[in-house]
Design a protein around this ligand. Structure first.
Ligand code: ADP
Ligand code: MG
Length: 299
């Protein structure tokens, strides 16, 4: 268990002794990353930024700068459907720190929306500082931190000479090389309403896939489903009819971030965007009147 999810690594290697040695290194790195990116740890770098960055530009690590810049790129690419400043909204809808869903009042929602907006996160690349231009702004990296962790752990495996492996952080996956026996790794896409059923199978080699869904982290009130991906424009859980998205990309941070964004953008806009981005593909699943529909990008 790491970052509130199950992280698993499978690798093809000559002996279990070698595997265990590599696993210890990889695990130490995973724990280090949690101490940098977790909102649950008051001493993490992200928690420090959230406490201080409105009052003064806060110096950050190269790693944090890199992740925040890439988050800003995804916000730009998706017209703000992706927005790491949704932190305060996650709180008033009861998704953070506990998962105990609640519906905020209109006044609460309006006050909270005033604290949101990715453009108010000022990144100074040369000074390597982060400065919030709005009071009450809070960053939540839940939409791409797991993807970044998968990329880091994969890079470590490659450094250790591993050629075939699969790294999985709660459904954010990198498929390195091949499955033993010389075929591609195959990832089953779970049916959003029936966990025993597979909707489709994706084949990957040296590629990442990330999946976002409305069926793990959600609550139901008056028969309506409220899931943990927020439309930054309305401040409410996304109502786009998308119930599941898988995005494949060369790296897992990109796949993770875009999967979350597709959820907010909806099937049509989402597929159009996926078609435009080189080397990125995906499946978007919608549910309308109880009917499940799949939309695919070009490949
Ligand atoms: P998970 O794999 O945990 O389901 P996702 O990659 O689907 O995570 O991202 C959901 C998380 O992203 C939320 O829990 C929240 O922390 C954050 N989030 C919610 N809405 C947005 C959004 N519109 N843009 C960026 N991050 C978001
Ligand atoms: Mg995501």
């Amino acid at each position: 268990m790491l970052m509130g999810t199950i992280v698993s690594i499978e690798m093809v290697v000559g002996s279990s002794g070698v595997a265990n040695g590599i696993m210890d290194k990889v695990w130490a790195e995973a724990e280090r990353l949690e101490r940098v990116f977790s909102r649950y740890l008051p001493e993490s770098e992200i928690s420090l930024i959230n406490r201080e960055a409105f009052y003064r530009p806060v110096p950050v690590s190269d790693e944090m700068m890199n992740v925040l810049s890439r988050a800003a790129d995804i916000s730009r690419l998706t017209d703000g459907a992706f927005d790491i400043s949704v932190g305060p909204l996650m709180k008033i809808w009861g998704f953070f720190p506990e998962r105990e869903g609640r519906i905020p009042s209109e006044a609460e929602l309006a006050a909270c929306l005033a604290r949101v907006g990715w453009q108010a996160i000022e990144l100074n690349q040369s000074e390597r500082t982060v400065h919030f231009l709005k009071p009450g702004l809070e960053i939540d990296l839940g939409a791409l931190a797991k993807g970044y962790v998968v990329d880091r752990l994969t890079a470590l495996l490659i450094e250790e000479g591993i050629e075939n492996a699969i790294v999985n952080a709660g459904g954010d996956i990198y498929c390195l090389g091949e499955y033993p026996g010389g075929r591609n790794w195959r990832i089953g896409l779970e049916h959003p309403r029936d966990e025993d059923e597979i909707l489709t199978v994706l084949e990957l080699k040296n590629r990442a896939v990330a999946t976002s869904g409305d069926y793990r982290n959600y609550f139901i009130r008056s028969r309506l489903r409220y899931s943990h991906i927020i439309d930054p424009e309305t401040g409410r859980p996304s109502q786009s009819k998308v119930v599941e998205v898988s995005v494949m990309a060369p790296d897992c941070l990109t796949a993770d971030g875009l999967a979350t964004a597709m959820f907010v953008m909806g099937a049509d806009k989402g597929i159009n965007l996926l078609k435009k981005i080189d080397d990125v593909d995906g499946v978007i699943v919608t549910e309308e009147a109880g009917e499940i529909k799949l939309y695919f990008s070009d490949n």
